[in-house]
Structure formats: structure tokens, C-alpha cells
Design a binder for this molecule. Structure first.
Ligand code: GLU
Length: 424
């Protein structure tokens, strides 16, 4: 019997993360004591973040940092600035980070942070004050050997620079290893910004290869054109894929002949133009319709719970590569499995970000920078070997790739708990 759900984290995304965990724990006959322990985060902190706005008013935001499991090392995970962030969502994302890091073999536990804010509504100065105050509030539980934040939705390398500076000011010396995804000038890593997208592209190629398909014949649809979606599109286009549709929060563009990705990338990332306002590249399309477009590869790279029991029967792809965290609900997952659509789960497909974050943290500790080609090669090696192991395990155990990945991650964490025993 699965242990009860902790009410304080109750939220649809947390329920999804826990339901996936329960299914895997059940399949692998996980020790019931450990099952219960891993079902709720080890530590969670809720803070008030008061800041002075440019007009002189004071506004109070809510911030969170959740550390799900720390049995394998310091905790690791991004900081999300989004108007709908709440404790339950952050707890779900922290749990996924635990399995993701264990599966990739990087020596971390899972964490996540967030502030309930729309960063687009703040001036750069307000954003800086918000970041500094939030970090000051959660700094007792941060540290390069304790918990290391990184970017996520709504946060950037500049935000990470303020994280690094705030923490360093508090301790009185520079601590580059306190955060990853920083600018290069203060100890960031080559290849970190595109790392999640590069990992997604590596996994997409590997997925097609195991079915003897070529990327140059593939049609791809990508939901989300933020850091992850835009680099995924750019790199897959570079390798010869035909990207037929992309979108952001405001809507998308569709062109069955293939979109001019380098031009769209330049407009969206440099000039910050919303995707659907780029006329002349393709037809405008709503986000809901984009998900059901005919294509070989569908890549959700936005927020969670986009593929549900409502649209799963209408999906018209052969492969679903989850670049976002938690894009598929549990019932949709079952429908896709019945329909024979191969899903490469988030904790495998989007692990490139935290893998290169690990490389950044190692370089900071070594005070020695690696070449970009080494970073790409090491990332590729970890991503493709994890993919092959999960594929083999899913075939051998007759389970989905998601269950194979979760069981592998949970097994690593269970082993760490077993060796360490229960304190006191
Ligand atoms: N936010 C990213 C994720 O969801 C990266 C986390 C990190 O680099 O620590 O995996």
C-alpha cells in the first residue's frame, strides 16, 4: 500500500510526481519506510520576499526552496519565477530533480526554488532587488556543498550572477560554486546556456536512430520557445530536421514545409519578439492545436500538464520527447502507451541542463575551465548511454521508458539510504 500524500504540498503537479513515484515504487517493491520518506521533501522553506518597487511602494512576494533528498550529495535544482509558482509545484519539481540527478549519475540530490511573480512585470532594478532579497532569505540552507541553485523558467544568467553576488557578499568572499548557469565572467561554463536543448537534441537523434530513422526525414513540432525550446529547435534544425511548428505563451507558427529556425531564433532571442507576431514565416496557430499537428517528433518544452486525457487521443506524432518537466499527465501517459507513441520522459530527456551544471560546479571547484568540445562530448556520452540503458531496461522489464528511468533513479537513491542508515 502506498503511503499517504502530505497535505501541505497538495497540488496537481505534486500529485502527478507522487503518482509516478508510487507506480515505480510499487513495480520495484520499494522498502515501505523509504517509500514514505521519499514521498515528501526532506526540507522545505517558505519565505516572504518584500521589495521596494521603483515607484517607492513596498510589495511582498512569496518564495520557496524545497530540498527533496540529500542522501547522494548536495541538493541541486533551478529557481523558477512564474506567477503560478506555489509550494506544491516546487516540491514536485524538487522530487523530479532527485530522480534526474540519480539517473544521470551526478552526485546530487534534488531541489527546486521559486518565487510567485511575473518577472516581465518588474523593471531590471526591481528584479535584482527581488532576487537578492529572496536569496538572502533562503541563504541559511544554500551553499556550494549544501544546495546549489540554477536557472529555470523566468530566470536568466544575470539572475544567477545576482545569486552569486548576494551569497558572496554575505560570507565575505567570492563563491562561484554557489550557483550554476552564471555568466562566463564569474565562473560560468561554456555550453551551459544551450545544455538542456542540446541534451534534448541528442536524445531526439538517439530515439530516431534506434528505429533506423534519419533526422533529415523527421518533422518536429516544439511547444515553448524559451531557453530550452529555442536551443532544441536551433540544434535539431542544424542537424537537418524539418521543424514545422514552434510556439511560445502567446501562440505559434506552422509551416508544413519547415520553418526558418535561424531567423526565428534571432528575432525571438535577440529582439524578444513573440513567436506569433513573426509574420511571413508560417501560419499562426493556437497552442492547443499545435500539440495535435501531424509530425514525427513532438517536443513539449514549456510548462507541466500540457498533454492530458483530452488531447492525448488526438496527438499525431510517433515520438514524444519531454523537454519540459512533467508535461504529460498520468492518464495521458497511459493513452499514449496504448497508442504506441514512444515517450522519452522528462527526467531523461531534459537532464542536459543539470549535467552541464554539474560540469560548471566541478570547474568552479577545480578553478580550471574545460573546452567547449569536451563539454559537448561528455554531455553527449552521458545522455546517450543513459538513453540506451533506459531503453534496454524498459524492453527487459516490459515497462515504459518513464518507469525504467524512475526505477533506475529511485534505486540509486535507495542504495544511498541503505548504506547510510537512519540517523540517530
Ligand atoms: N532547471 C533545470 C532543470 O529543471 C536545471 C537545474 C540545474 O541545472 O540545477 O533540470
Amino acid at each position: 500500500m502506498a503511503p499517504e500524500l502530505s497535505q501541505e504540498f497538495d497540488h496537481p503537479t505534486f500529485r502527478l510526481a507522487v503518482a509516478q513515484f508510487d507506480e515505480a515504487a510499487h513495480l520495484m517493491h520499494l522498502d515501505p519506510n523509504l517509500w514514505e520518506r521519499l514521498k515528501a521533501p526532506h526540507r522545505s522553506l517558505c519565505v516572504s520576499v518584500p521589495i521596494r518597487l521603483d515607484n517607492g511602494d513596498i510589495k511582498v512576494y512569496r518564495g520557496y526552496r524545497v530540498q527533496h533528498d540529500m542522501s547522494r550529495g548536495p541538493t541541486k535544482g533551478g529557481i523558477r519565477y512564474h506567477p503560478e509558482v506555489c509550494l506544491g509545484e516546487v516540491a514536485a519539481l524538487a522530487m523530479w530533480m532527485t530522480w534526474k540527478t540519480a539517473l544521470a549519475g551526478v552526485p546530487y540530490g534534488g531541489a527546486k526554488g521559486g518565487v510567485t511573480v511575473n518577472p516581465a512585470m518588474l523593471s531590471p532594478a526591481e528584479l535584482e532587488r527581488l532576487t537578492r532579497r529572496y536569496i538572502a532569505e533562503i541563504s541559511p540552507i544554500l551553499g556550494p556543498d549544501k544546495d546549489i541553485p540554477a536557472p529555470d523558467i523566468g530566470t536568466t544568467p544575470q539572475v544567477m550572477a545576482w545569486v552569486m553576488d548576494t551569497y558572496s557578499q554575505q560570507v565575505g568572499y567570492s563563491v562561484p560554486g554557489i550557483v550554476t548557469g552564471k555568466p562566463l565572467a564569474i565562473g560560468g561554463s561554456l555550453g551551459r546556456e544551450e545544455a538542456t536543448g542540446r541534451g534534448v537534441a541528442d536524445i531526439t537523434l538517439e530515439t530516431l536512430r534506434q528505429d533506423n530513422r534519419s533526422i533529415t526525414d523527421a518533422t518536429v513540432v516544439i511547444q515553448g520557445f524559451g531557453n530550452v525550446g529555442s536551443h532544441t529547435a536551433r540544434l535539431l534544425h542544424q542537424r537537418g530536421a524539418r521543424i514545422v511548428a514552434v510556439s511560445d505563451q502567446q501562440g505559434g507558427l506552422y509551416n508544413p514545409e519547415g520553418l526558418d529556425i535561424p531567423a526565428i531564433f534571432a528575432h525571438c532571442t535577440q529582439e524578444k519578439t513573440p513567436v506569433p507576431s513573426l509574420t511571413g514565416f508560417g501560419d499562426r496557430i493556437f497552442n492547443e492545436d499545435l500539440l495535435t499537428l501531424p509530425c514525427q517528433v513532438l517536443i513539449p518544452a514549456a510548462v507541466s500538464e500540457q498533454i492530458t486525457e483530452k488531447n492525448a487521443p488526438a496527438l499525431s506524432c510517433q515520438y514524444l520527447i519531454e523537454a519540459a518537466n512533467g508535461p504529460t499527465t498520468l492518464s495521458a501517459d497511459a493513452i499514449l502507451q496504448d497508442r504506441g507513441i514512444l515517450t522519452v520522459p522528462d527526467i531523461l530527456a531534459n537532464a542536459g541542463g543539470v549535467i552541464v551544471s554539474y560540469f560548471e560546479w566541478v570547474q568552479d571547484a577545480q578553478r580550471f575551465s574545460w573546452k567547449e568540445s569536451d563539454i559537448h562530448a561528455r554531455l553527449h556520452e552521458i545522455m546517450t548511454s543513459a538513453f540506451q540503458r533506459m531503453l534496454a531496461r524498459s524492453k527487459e522489464k516490459r515497462v515504459s521508458m518513464r518507469m525504467a528511468a524512475l526505477m533506475t533513479g529511485i534505486e540509486e537513491v535507495a542504495q544511498a539510504h541503505q548504506c547510510r542508515g537512519l540517523y540517530p
